[in-house]
Design a protein. Structure first.
Length: 462
């Protein structure tokens, strides 16, 4: 229980709103994207500015209250909310300033992708962000950030040039290439562990139209093998996402979603091999505004449905993984359930693994094993199906995982978090020890502080 005195302290120090379970807006504000998540915090601090966020952190530390941080609230696992704790809610913080001459944008972290994109596209500019407008910019960026232009412009975190961060002691710091350089390194790929980003400054690129959309083919071993070979030689301007799925009538299909930055003629030359593979069941390719490409699947995956996810990194789609995909697609729930293959290549793969906290700088697929349902009675079966499919693919997967897809990190344990950060893990532990030695920020795929060497521990007497 949080006492009335503590609640009064919050109310006096925040310019935003303090919401208790008795507040009329409490249930609406605590909702997150995934309808499967139904947790009730003891208190919600709806912050309006960085000063509010810092005050909330200091008060939570003073009174030993566990916290979660809500940016967009999109994460399938619902890491932005915890039972009986304090939710620090950034969703009211939506200011964005676009510098058209310098091609940068400084954005508050309550923004969602769609909101950010609409502002930058007014000036014909964008930065690489995800593939659903309902995603929050902060969680996506702090964990890496795959998107439709990853091949040409890199990950979201690769385009970050500065952040304003509230640290675990409630201080506010700027980090960039000149200031707090180690924190700047860690925030780009593992940021949820080190502080609350309240502003992110991005590098922007000129882009208003793309050639893109989905093609659907009958699911087969042949299309899976072809897709793997096709994307292995894709130019930087072409980014793809493949997905094995089941249509409403039971037809098994493989969708290839294409996004090409260039003219339609250039795009068609780049996807000629895909065209030559065979006649698709459906062809929705066209030149379209970038905003339309970003929103392509919004209707299919709206907030409120029941989502679950497990993931692997996969260098190649070989015979063993093909066999598993064919087997589990036959038993999955209908579309938009999928076994997806999101591609990293090009510019994102040419960054050194140690240049940012995000380490997976090689051509690969992120495999999203993601069933979707509306009926709560299906929860148990869809979770079991996902876990079985994940186990079926595990022998063929890399010893690596994308942290933003690591929804079961608390279940899978530290070994899996180590796979998310690879060779960067020890350096990240040292940074954690330096900036958050008590592990205040732990409602995440957690990096614990660096253990104290045995030789430095004090020895008591019996």
């Amino acid at each position: 229980m949080i006492s009335a005195t503590i609640i009064g302290e919050f109310d006096n120090q925040l310019s935003g709103r303090i919401l208790l379970p008795s507040h009329a807006d409490f249930d609406q504000v605590r909702k997150v994207y995934n309808g499967m998540i139904d947790r009730k915090p003891a208190l919600i601090a709806q912050c309006r500015c960085t000063r509010d966020v810092a005050a909330a952190v200091r008060l939570a530390r003073t009174h030993d209250i566990p916290v979660s941080i809500r940016g967009g609230g999109h994460n399938f696992a619902g890491k932005s909310i915890l039972e009986n704790g304090l939710m620090i809610d950034l969703s009211l913080m939506k200011e964005i300033a676009v510098d058209t001459e310098g091609r940068t944008a400084r954005a508050e972290t309550g923004l969602k992708l769609g909101e950010f994109d609409r502002e930058t596209q007014k000036h014909g500019l964008m930065t690489p962000l995800g593939v659903a407008t309902t995603t929050g910019i902060s969680g996506l960026t702090l964990g890496g950030g795959y998107g439709w232009t990853v091949g040409e412009f890199g990950l979201s975190c690769d385009n970050v040039i500065g952040l304003e961060v509230v640290t675990a002691d409630g201080n506010v710091v700027e980090c960039n290439a000149e200031q707090n350089q180690e924190l700047f390194w860690g925030m780009r790929g593992a940021g949820q562990n080190f502080g609350i980003a309240t502003h992110i400054e991005y590098r922007l690129h000129e882009l208003t139209k793309v050639y893109g959309g989905p093609l659907f083919y009958p699911l087969s071993a042949e299309i899976l093998r072809f897709y793997d070979e096709f994307v292995a030689s894709a130019p930087d301007e072409l980014t793809t996402l493949g997905a094995a799925t089941k249509m409403a009538d039971g037809t098994l299909a493989f969708g290839v979603v294409v996004c090409y930055h260039g003219t339609p003629a250039e795009a068609e030359r780049a996807i000629k091999a895909l065209r030559d593979f065979g006649k698709p069941m459906a062809d929705m390719l066209s030149e379209r505004p970038y905003l339309e490409m970003q929103a392509l699947f919004d209707r299919d995956i709206p907030p409120g449905k029941r989502y679950y996810n497990k993931s692997h990194n996969l260098s190649r789609i070989g015979s063993g993984s093909i066999e598993a995909v064919l087997h589990f697609t036959a038993t999955m729930l209908p579309y938009p359930s999928m076994i997806g293959f999101q591609r990293l290549h090009g510019a994102a793969a040419r960054v050194a693994p140690g240049a940012t906290a995000f380490p997976h700088r090689y051509d690969h697929h992120v495999v999203w094993i993601s069933p979707v349902a509306e009926d709560p009675a299906l929860d148990e079966s869809m979770i079991r199906w996902t876990q079985d499919c994940w186990e079926g693919l595990r022998p063929h997967a890399d010893q690596a995982v994308y942290v933003n897809a690591l929804d079961d990190g608390s279940v899978e344990g530290e070994a899996r978090v180590r796979q998310a950060y690879g060779a960067n893990f020890t350096r990240l532990q040292a940074l954690k020890q330096a900036v958050d030695p008590t592990n205040f920020f732990r409602q995440n795929s957690n990096i614990p502080p660096m253990p104290t060497p045995k030789s430095q521990r004090s020895h008591g007497t019996a």
